[in-house]
Design a protein around this ligand. Sequence first.
Ligand code: PGA
Length: 252
Amino acid sequence: MPNRFIVGNWKMHNTISQAETLIRDILALYRANPSVELTVAPPYVALQAVARLLATTPIKLSAQNVCAKDEGAFTGEVSPPMLKELGCQYVIIGHSERRHLFGESDQAINEKIHAALRHDLRPIFCIGERLEEREAGQTHSVIQHQLHTGLAGLGSKALGNITIAYEPVWAIGTGRAATVEQATEVHAAIRSFLTTHWELNAEQIRILYGGSVTADNAQALFQSPHINGALIGKACLNSESFVKIAEIAALD
Ligand code: PGA
């Protein structure tokens, strides 16, 4: 069983000074456990300040997005080498807010995944269905399409460096998390899709659940052997609840 992976997606919260305060609070509370890999994803502008405070700690750094190009006339974008130099090891790609609020296509997401991997940044690749798609019985076809297009052109070695985050759109920021049964069913389908299409062992694939994870529902979610960790939004903005979820994730 791979280590549990807990990622805090700060989204567009915290200025540089607020980010420093939050990370100091997290560090004051957190007792590292070797079975848990803890990562934070602050906004771009706070990455450097947070990286400095994390330098001698086991907590890792992720960006929330990346440009698929290495450099050039792309106003407002941030490239993989820029993130790498800042100390990022991970980058979230294809978050539902990027897809639905900023119109990111499956193809753009695929290009970003390739670009990140070329620069040794490990993608946290987000997928998930909307409520109307679930209600129409399309969850599995939507997920398969997102996996198929997002991961196009990647070999099994590359797949080993990718974390999948299943985040049903209807569960993000709504306080309505998927049930353990709902999440487990989709995680199992993702695992079987990836083992069928790429030569991977099922255990090599790390699949996080995201969508209204809290310190109250984390215990139940982590009971599922298919759930290898969590991508956390709201609950990661509070140092106590974020550290609590990391503690709950620790394997005995
Ligand atoms: P949430 O966000 O925990 O606030 O639902 C999760 C996410 O968007 O990654």
